[in-house]
Design a protein around this ligand. Structure first.
Ligand code: ADP
Ligand code: MG
Length: 259
């Protein structure tokens, strides 16, 4: 199997709320896929199944060719398979220092199993300097998350993904509420993932952001994939127009159904 992740006919409900209805989704090695769709379409549910936050009810999933048991897949097993996710919701512990957030769940320990705090702080400072390019703005290993801007927090989550050298980085709406300059950083980061030969799933409302960094696009609506496009086959304008046209048609149909 040539795909990093392969999902076949995936179904998922939350206590009666159907979120995914038969999703076929693939992401290859060294590929960036942009996932598009309105609020409630099922985008976050899709990626949370890959990252082990939620299980699926029906269908099949393979990661690096290994068949996934939905009852056994977890955030930990996803990490172990090289999948890192930057969630839309607050993913960091607000009151904790930066260094603790970087190493949450994956502590550096010495031979006796004790936490190596000194090493974790040193590594965090290195991440700040080399990956995040935070220089001389007073952000360091001991900074408390609460004191960082939205963009800096996203930067921490993203840098953590880079530090652990994920094969697949999943970004769920990483550019919401970011300044233009911060958005640019996120886009540069996605480009660097591609250059390093790794893969990325990038979820966003903003097609103009997704377009230049993605190899392919997948559009989701009410739990189903409703469009698949290669960037080389479609211009940004055509893609935007197509999605708007689709949304209008759906709205029209809904109104007709209501009568
Ligand atoms: N934890 C949850 N519990 C119950 N329903 C949920 C939960 N997460 C998502 N949903 C529902 O599933 C559907 C898809 O949501 P989601 O995957 O978050 O969509 P998107 O990320 O595209 O906005 C929505 O109807 C949403 O209300
Ligand atoms: Mg979402």
């Amino acid at each position: 199997m040539n795909n990093l992740v392969e999902m076949k006919n995936i179904h998922k409900s939350y206590d009666g709320v159907v979120a995914l209805k038969g999703i076929d989704f693939q992401i290859g090695y060294n590929e960036v896929v942009g996932v598009l769709g309105d609020n409630g379409a099922g985008k976050s549910t899709l990626i949370k199944i890959i990252s082990g936050v939620h299980s699926f009810d029906k269908g099949g999933m393979y990661i690096k060719g290994v068949k996934i048991n939905p009852k056994k897949h977890s955030v930990k097993s996803a990490h172990d398979m090289g999948i890192e996710t930057v969630y839309q919701e607050k993913a960091l512990a607000e009151k904790q220092a930066l260094w603790r957030n970087v190493f949450i769940g994956r502590q550096i320990t010495n031979k006796l199993g004790f936490l190596n705090i000194k090493k974790e702080k040193e590594e965090t400072d290195k991440i700040m300097r080399d990956l995040m390019k935070f220089r001389g703005i007073g952000v360091g290993a001991d900074s408390i998350i609460r004191t960082l801007s939205g963009g800096e927090r996203q930067g921490v989550a993203i840098s953590r993904a880079m530090y652990f050298e994920a094969d697949l980085v999943i970004l769920d709406e990483p550019t919401m509420a970011l300044s233009l300059q911060e958005v640019k950083k996120v886009l540069n980061f996605i480009q660097s993932i591609k250059e390093k030969g790794k893969s990325c799933i990038y979820i966003s409302h903003n097609i103009a952001n997704v377009y230049p960094v993605s190899d392919r696009f997948v559009a989701i609506d009410r739990g189903k994939i409703v469009g698949r496009f290669n960037r080389k086959d479609i211009s940004l304008q055509k893609l935007s127009e197509g999605l708007i046209e689709y949304t209008e048609k759906v709205t029209q149909n809904k109104q007709e159904e209501k009568g």
